[in-house]
Design a protein around this ligand. Structure first.
Ligand SMILES: *Cc1c(COP(=O)(O)O)cnc(C)c1O
Length: 367
């Protein structure tokens, strides 16, 4: 290390990382009612049982949480029929994605993801000093052959968001199996199933069976899209040797007490999850139909959001639509950083929010 530097400098590559920019959560001054449709949160809110559990834990905030989140792992295991020893809980699933990158990537290694994939993969790959390899998608969907073609002897991880954010598209599980079968055994396949609960397709699987029967597959999940974004609860399911590696480097109390108790209550509240999924099923279809009816192209989504493409030209561009909607309290997500400069991602909202956006867009497109 050079001794003549005037101040500490981050290690090579850190300053090349573009920080993650979350969606807006506020409207311009003067807008009284705000509909936040930029973060794929649950329009029905948290489970009432999770709220109650969080209230109760508040009185005991002096105590450290259980560092292994055992009761939360057991609750998840019970609901999904898994062995709790193969689960790690985390501060949102983002944390697990970062820990996987830290554990399995070194400088010189490569990790593969798709061109419109969830942005944190690239950040964590770069943070580990490895080389991010983005591969082309076909029709805004992960292309398994393109992924396989990008695998080299330096590849250590393939990240696949299924379904993906911000496109909302998914890869049928047969295709995921084909990907897995063709990957070298030393390449870790990370199946990010953040939206699994919302998918209503017979040919979709989150990856539980594959992660449970392979030495090189993990599945990551989150409570964030089902009403606990603020609590930060995620988890990973995978083979024992990977669980062992991650447990060595994670923070000793990485899941806080509120997250643990709210998470246990939330995952046991099946009725709330079912209501949330039913609401989404109804309004995702409605929104997709209405938007298409307005002449806007919508990427077919199986998640709790839609990617809306705007016409060429300045007048009705995504940026103009964003300004127009924001001024009326509808906060959508700009997705330029994801390779969609002329699209907005809209989370499925309450009935009021959904109808409001469609009405506003009708007027906007006539203007
Ligand atoms: C939201 C999201 C996550 C993780 O969210 P956490 O809040 O960190 O659990 C992971 N992957 C995708 C594709 C997402 O959209």
């Amino acid at each position: 290390m050079k001794q003549d530097q005037p101040r500490p400098t981050p290690r090579a590559g850190i300053m090349d990382i573009e920080a993650y920019v979350p969606g807006k959560s506020t409207a311009p001054a003067g807008v009284t009612k705000v509909y936040k449709l930029s973060a794929n949160e649950n329009p029905l809110g948290p489970s009432p049982k999770a709220i109650e559990a969080a209230r109760e834990v508040a009185a005991k905030l002096d105590a450290y949480p259980d560092g292994s989140a055992r009761r939360l792992r057991e609750a998840i295991a019970e609901v999904h029929g898994l062995n709790p020893a193969n689960i790690i809980c985390s501060n949102g699933s983002d944390e697990i994605l970062g820990l996987l990158a830290q554990s399995y990537l070194a400088p010189g290694d490569e990790a593969v993801f798709t061109e419109h994939a969830f942005m944190v993969y690239k950040i964590y790959i770069q943070a580990a000093g490895a080389k991010p390899v983005a591969v082309k998608e076909t029709d805004e969907r992960a292309d398994i052959d393109a992924i396989l073609a990008a695998v080299t002897p330096a590849t250590r991880i393939v990240f696949l968001a299924n379904p993906n954010n911000p496109t909302g598209t998914y890869v049928p599980f047969q295709e995921v199996r084909r990907l897995h079968a063709a990957l070298p055994k030393n390449v870790l396949l990370v199946l990010d199933a953040a939206y699994a609960e919302y998918v209503r397709r017979n040919d979709y699987e989150a990856g539980i069976e594959l992660a449970g029967s392979s030495e090189n597959v993990v599945m990551t999940r989150t409570f964030s899209k089902l009403g606990l974004g603020g609590a930060r609860v995620g988890w990973m399911y995978g083979p024992a040797h990977i669980v062992d590696a991650i447990n060595r480097i994670r923070g000793p109390f990485n899941v806080n007490a509120t997250a643990i108790e709210a998470g246990i209550a939330a995952i046991r509240d099946r009725a709330h999850i079912e209501r949330s999924v039913a609401h989404n099923e109804k309004w995702l279809a409605w929104l997709s139909g209405e938007l298409t009816g307005l002449g806007l192209r919508v990427t077919p989504s199986v998640g709790n959001f839609v990617l809306i493409h705007f016409p060429d030209g300045k007048k009705h561009s995504a940026a103009a639509a964003d300004d127009y909607l924001s001024a009326r309290g509808y906060i959508l997500r700009r997705v330029t950083g994801y390779g969609f400069p002329n699209a907005l991602r809209m989370s499925v909202g309450t009935e009021e929010a959904n109808r409001g956006v469609i009405d506003a867009l009708k007027t906007f497109l006539k203007s």
